[in-house]
Design a protein around this ligand. Structure first.
Ligand SMILES: Cc1cc2nc3c(=O)[nH]c(=O)nc-3n(C[C@H](O)[C@H](O)[C@H](O)COP(=O)(O)OP(=O)(O)OC[C@H]3O[C@@H](n4cnc5c(N)ncnc54)[C@H](O)[C@@H]3O)c2cc1C
Length: 259
């Protein structure tokens, strides 16, 4: 985030924005974008601002002059939302669309990440609960050699194990949310929750999918969809390694980079 290149230069009452944004969720249909851009020189954490950019103007919803949507990115999952690459070429935006203070965008974005990462972790919980519940139901129905799949102790133990992991994540999220609502800094806990949700995003669907056998390897299967969709959790919104870096910094064992 500190290395973004897009710039907004003042021109009369407007900003003129140039640059590009890759991986923008819902950008093919969005009317507005909340954009972090460089609005000045100087240290990277003090030269950025958040600006509301109207993606469309005109009566027929044409793209704002200077905005080009280069295309929809073909992803392996998360196909219920589109993801785009967008170019900005001298896009004029009124300066009153600045959010808060100019130059404070980096700090705002870091604060927003705490909420986004908590939300990301919290929203994964229902998906994990569902995957486990569906798999229990399936295992109880699937008959083999005079018993059901659920009668196998290995299956019981594996499902008990992932359920326990999910409950640990749920507790962490509740604890972090309580602190966040009380106005406390939850950088470390939100990062831990995001990291754990990313890890469980691999473990839970993978464990569950195994017990669906061939049915689990079909496109229509709900657990298979989760297997594809939830892989994103360890990458987007800050990859697992970025979360580990933040936690290591809050623990005082990693140095903050000089800016
Ligand atoms: C489907 C999708 C939707 C997205 N939506 C949005 C959006 O709406 N808005 C938005 O701004 N962004 C969005 N993103 C971008 C997303 O936040 C980035 O893809 C993510 O932060 C990883 O950055 P990157 O792709 O540049 O990977 P890179 O920075 O190139 O990292 C590649 C890999 O390197 C490793 N790595 C990275 N940093 C470190 C480190 N410090 N130490 C060790 N290893 C490291 C990680 O394993 C990482 O996955 C979206 C991405 C996807 C795939």
């Amino acid at each position: 985030m500190a290395g973004i290149k897009s710039v907004a230069r003042k021109d009369g009452d407007d900003y003129r924005i140039s640059g590009q944004k890759m991986w923008i969720t819902n950008s093919l249909q969005a009317d507005w974008m909340c954009m972090l851009v460089n609005t000045g020189e100087g240290p990277v954490h003090k030269n950025k601002s958040l600006i509301m950019v109207p993606m469309r103007d005109g009566p027929n919803g044409q793209l704002t002059k200077g905005i080009e949507i280069a295309g929809k990115i073909k992803k392996i999952g998360m196909n219920a939302s589109d993801t785009g690459l967008i170019y900005f070429d001298e896009v004029r935006v009124p300066q009153r669309y600045l959010i808060g203070q100019e130059g404070a965008g980096f700090v705002y974005q870091m604060q927003q990440f705490q909420e986004e990462r908590l939300w990301g972790a919290a929203s994964s919980i229902v998906a994990f609960d569902n995957a486990i519940e569906w798999t229990v139901e399936w295992a109880q129905q699937r008959k083999m050699f005079g018993a059901t799949l659920a009668d196998q102790q290995w299956v019981q133990f594996k499902l008990a194990e992932v359920k326990t992991e999910v409950e640990c994540l749920r507790s962490l999220i509740y604890q972090a949310c309580e602190k966040y609502v009380a106005g406390q800094d939850v950088l470390e806990m939100a990062s831990m929750a995001k990291l754990k949700a990313g890890r469980l995003g691999r473990l839970v669907p993978d464990t569950c999918m195994q017990f669906w056998g061939g049915m689990g390897y079909t496109w229509e299967n709900k657990v298979a969809r989760m297997y594809r969709d939830s892989r994103l959790a360890g990458i987007a919104g800050g990859a697992d390694e970025v979360m580990l870096g933040i936690i290591a910094k809050t623990m005082g064992i990693a140095k903050r980079p000089a800016r």
